[in-house]
Design a protein around this ligand. Structure first.
Ligand SMILES: Nc1ncnc2c1ncn2[C@@H]1O[C@H](COP(=O)(O)OP(=O)(O)OP(=O)(O)O)[C@@H](O)[C@H]1O
Ligand SMILES: [Mg+2]
Ligand SMILES: [Mg+2]
Length: 500
């Protein structure tokens, strides 16, 4: 069985072509100082069980109090996902027993989630766009953490995370390849970071995805799309808690192959929950999939239905920050950037901000190149993001100004950048201190050109037949002038002298 290229969505099997279908459930920890139903602090790095209130620990008689800030964050996120905000929602108890869940139930929203259908526009690697439908977003509590590897005979429970607010964002089964799944999670993450509703830190587990994967025969997905009838799709398996982009892609590839092999051998897929083991590179069965009725969901009697006023929703909407897609369009129209450049810039809010601060009044394309190439690479090498850049935007602007004014060539600018990065001063100071000013003096360039032509009569004669050989002369002149000659003048003078 071989994969087709990334852009093709077909997988070749022994008995014909298959398609992958995926829907993702993303769990995003709400950016909030306190938990969803208690005043206990939310934070990373506290000692075990230091951030636990009696409510989180499930003490008898303790009552949950809804944290209004978390509700606002969910509404904000819903608006950012262009989704329906439900003015009436309700909290339900999802009952199951596990030692990391002291109450014996998780408070979630099954029947009436706070956010309904929406849509997310995602850019694929090839620059095209695809839409992923959002089915719903609901608020729920996180569970605690079990620690099994501290002692050979004991297990420990840390309830710091118990009761922390999560947003579960459920997509429609609109995702068709591992690459699309990764691009989708990246896009959701970017939107959440722009909104300030989740910090998107996947290493800390603050954003993780459950990936539902099924396969079907070529053409069946089209039927599903046309009719909305899920029976055209295969049975799904859910891979739980995948917390890196690389693992998402690996887990899907493995799982799709596994399912295709079973089906081609005449077997059937059992709907189940699976776990991805990155070390073994495979998914393993965890448990057979529970149905909603296994959880005995019922409305939480301790919590009233949540009713939102339209005016409050409208106010949140009016105060939303500029979202990635809007920023992309604006960067393209305001600065004349290509879609590719704009997409690269908006992928990080701080990068886009940096660009805008540097681009004012300058050649935007040049600024974008410096920001997305040279500076990005330097920051990445130091493990920094744009908000931590030791080089302020004004320095990039100054460097670009020097190029625009013809004081330095683009080539010299790279050298200047290195010195500026090394802390030698501003671009102008470096250019002056190191004497890197571009030679625009045509007399000096003409002299160098004449000398090189005189020393290489054979090559000069050959250029008449092979005009591209002029490149060699350009190189020589640049060398002779220490790279400082204005490249445009060099070209003009060479052409004139060589009779081209
Ligand atoms: N045949 C299918 N193939 C792939 N994905 C599917 C298929 N059918 C449904 N899905 C996706 O599975 C996900 C189901 O998530 P949802 O939260 O609604 O239910 P669940 O997984 O049963 O519940 P839980 O939250 O308890 O895990 C959605 O993202 C949906 O798009
Ligand atoms: Mg779910
Ligand atoms: Mg699920």
């Amino acid at each position: 069985m071989t994969d087709t290229t990334a852009t093709s969505k077909l997988i070749q099997g022994r008995t014909g072509n298959w398609e992958i279908v995926m829907g993702l459930e993303i769990h995003a920890q709400v950016a909030s100082k306190a938990k969803l139903f208690s005043g206990a602090a939310v934070g990373f790095g506290a000692g075990p069980n230091e951030q636990v209130s009696l409510v989180d620990a499930g003490f008898p008689g303790m009552l949950p109090t809804l944290n209004g800030h978390c509700v606002e964050q969910a509404v904000k996120t819903g608006l950012g996902l262009k989704a329906q905000i439900n003015r009436r929602s309700q909290f339900d108890r999802k009952n199951y027993f596990y030692p990391d869940l002291p109450t014996g139930y998780q408070i979630s929203q099954l029947y009436f989630p706070i956010v309904g259908e929406g849509v997310v526009e995602v850019e694929a690697e090839d620059g095209s766009f695809f839409n992923v439908g959002i089915e719903r977003l609901h608020l729920e509590q996180d569970a605690g953490k079990l620690i099994h590897d501290l002692s050979p005979t004991e297990s420990f429970v840390d309830l710091n995370r118990a009761g922390t607010a999560l947003m579960e964002i459920v997509s429609r089964p609109d995702i068709r390849s591992p690459e699309e799944a990764v691009a989708y999670v990246k896009k959701i993450r970017t939107i959440l970071i722009y909104l300030g509703t989740c910090d998107g830190d996947m290493e800390k587990g603050n954003l993780r995805a459950d990936v539902n994967v099924s396969v079907c025969r070529e053409g069946q997905y089209e039927k599903f799309k046309a009719t909305g009838d899920f029976s055209h799709l295969g049975t799904r398996c859910e891979i739980k808690n995948v917390n890196s982009f690389r693992f998402i892609s690996q887990a899907i590839n493995y799982e799709a192959r596994r399912q295709i092999e079973i089906l081609e051998d005449g077997g059937a897929i059992v709907q189940e929950t699976r776990l991805y083991d990155p070390t073994a590179g495979e998914t393993r069965s965890m448990r057979s999939k529970e149905e909603a009725n296994d959880y005995r969901y019922f409305p939480d009697p301790d919590l009233l239905p949540l009713e939102l006023e339209q005016a409050w929703i409208d106010e949140i909407k009016a105060n939303l920050p500029e979202l990635p897609d809007d920023k992309r369009r604006r960067l393209m129209s305001q600065y004349g950037l290509s879609q590719y450049d704009a997409v690269v810039l908006i992928s990080e809010q701080a990068k886009a901000d940096y660009f805008e601060a540097a681009a004012a009044g300058r050649d935007a394309k040049l600024v974008s190149n410096w920001v997305t190439n040279e500076l990005s690479a330097r920051l990445a090498a130091d493990g920094k993001d744009f908000s931590e850049s030791p080089l302020p935007p004004s320095q990039v602007a100054e460097l670009v100004a020097l190029i625009e004014e013809g004081v330095i060539s683009s080539r010299i600018a790279k050298e200047v950048f290195d010195h500026v990065w090394a802390g030698e001063g501003s671009p102008r100071q470096v250019v002056e201190a190191r004497g890197l000013v571009q030679v625009n003096d045509t007399g000096a360039i003409e002299k160098a050109v004449d000398e090189i032509i005189a020393a290489n009569p054979d090559k000069a004669a050959a250029v008449a037949e092979k005009p591209q050989a002029i490149g060699w002369f350009v190189g020589q002149v640049m060398k002779a002038t220490g790279g400082k000659a204005n490249p445009a003048s060099v070209n003009d003078i060479l052409k004139a002298r060589l009779g081209l």
